[in-house]
Design a protein around this ligand. Sequence first.
Ligand code: TYD
Length: 205
Amino acid sequence: MKLEKGYLFVLEGIDGTGKSTQCGKLEDWFSEQGTPVLRLREPTDGVWGKKIRTLLTEGRKGVTREEELEWFINDRREDVEKNILPALKDKKVVILDRYYFSTAAYQGALGLDSSSILATNESFAPKPDRAFFFKVPPEECLRRIHSSRDTVSAFEKKDYLEKVQSLFDSFNDSFIRRIDGSQSEDEVQLDVRKEIIECMKEGAH
Ligand code: TYD
């Protein structure tokens, strides 16, 4: 199906909410319909994204919160310029696993100012057509993470995830949709698809 414009759909939430699984299902759904789709994730696999992933697995090692924030923003600038804007211009659907709401929530939970993080990002990053905020209680997220992996990253501690969740809860924008991630995978996917169908009917931002 050829689209009149590009669409940016973002999936957000604390670790273990099931965003990545849902991104995969959405990508398949669009591909089956013959709709041009690009699935991306942040941190990316670019230079800055790689630095960030090393920091996540090996620990901060003297990198300050401010430097870390700068890395996330550099990574996003690159993603916006190289991947997101060109795909939107080509009238594709972009499915993005994490975006600047994660920076405002995760780096905000480290004590940095989440409103100014949002403002900085919105100065260069296009707003999404819809941002789905997945919500699952942090205890359940941690249980899911532990059952699927042996290692837990620095960002996956309960107190910290609770702070991150409360920041996600505090963000308000007309394009945000809150999704109950405790439902079955198929139910979650249906909720997201319903919103996407609605959004694409409206067409414009
Ligand atoms: P995640 O998508 O969970 O990666 P993986 O699929 O490899 O587990 O992202 C890695 C971590 O990065 C996650 O704990 C959230 C954190 N993060 C931030 O702190 N700030 C950001 O801006 C982004 C995009 C992610």
